[in-house]
Design a protein around this ligand. Structure first.
Ligand code: BG6
Ligand code: MG
Length: 213
């Protein structure tokens, strides 16, 4: 049977591993220090969005305005807390069903890529034992516009030497599904992203991926 897709582009935080929770904890700590209200529902809006743009969303609830320099310092402080949390990660933080599914897809001949807005992507992949696993890594270090802009996925497809319609994007963020739609990619949504009206497939669990590609 001919494959519908040849390349699979995975978001990292919240799809491959649960670093989305560490992002939440780090922003929460920063918000508390600055006496800014922050909760899980605001956190959902940060999924897929770059560090500085995430900070702008968090600051919507601030009582004062911050200078650009102060914002830079806050983003850096959040990243320091986040990187410290990442330091506890090991190969055990790669869920077993995710690894099994990735291995299965690889065996079936799909090209596998990462498409993440994070500048910490390579560090995380190393911690969870996937340092040299993917055929391409497009991340926060090679893009100028973060999701919902499709740049990160278009770059991933280009690295795989595939057109957008030969790839499928796997996402947990609404902004990620917007990016997939804007780039002409099919998508599979998990968690929050499942509820997006533009999503091609709704994934109940990661391993269901093998049924849809
Ligand atoms: C995305 C996360 O993967 O990366 C966002 O979903 C995060 O929440 C963004 O803000 C940028 O991450 P980093 O590690 O560069 O601060
Ligand atoms: Mg994500």
């Amino acid at each position: 049977m001919e494959k519908k897709y040849c390349g699979i582009i995975f978001d990292l935080d919240g799809v491959i591993c649960h670093t989305d929770h560490y992002h939440y904890l780090a922003w929460k700590k920063l918000a508390e220090k600055e006496h800014i209200y922050f909760d899980e529902s605001i956190n959902h809006r940060l999924r897929g969005v770059s560090r500085m743009e995430s900070l702008e969303i968090l600051l919507e609830r601030a009582d004062k305005t911050y200078t650009e320099e102060e914002k830079e310092r806050m983003a850096e402080a959040k990243n320091t807390i986040y990187v410290e949390l990442l330091g506890q990660m090991t190969e055990n933080d790669l869920p077993e069903n995710v690894k099994r599914t990735l291995d299965d897809l690889r065996k079936k001949g799909y090209l596998l890529a990462i498409g993440s807005s994070s500048k910490n992507t390579k560090r995380i992949l190393k911690y969870i034992g996937l340092e040299n696993y993917f055929d391409a890594i497009s991340d926060g270090t090679n893009i100028t516009r973060s999701k919902p802009d499709p740049e990160v996925f278009l770059k991933a497809a280009e690295m795989l030497e595939l057109s957008a319609e030969k790839c499928i994007v796997i996402e947990d963020a609404r902004a990620g599904i917007d990016a997939a739609v804007a780039g002409g990619f099919a998508s599979a949504g998990i968690g929050e992203a499942k509820l997006h009206s533009g999503v091609t497939y709704q994934l109940e669990s990661f391993e269901d991926l093998t049924q849809i590609v």
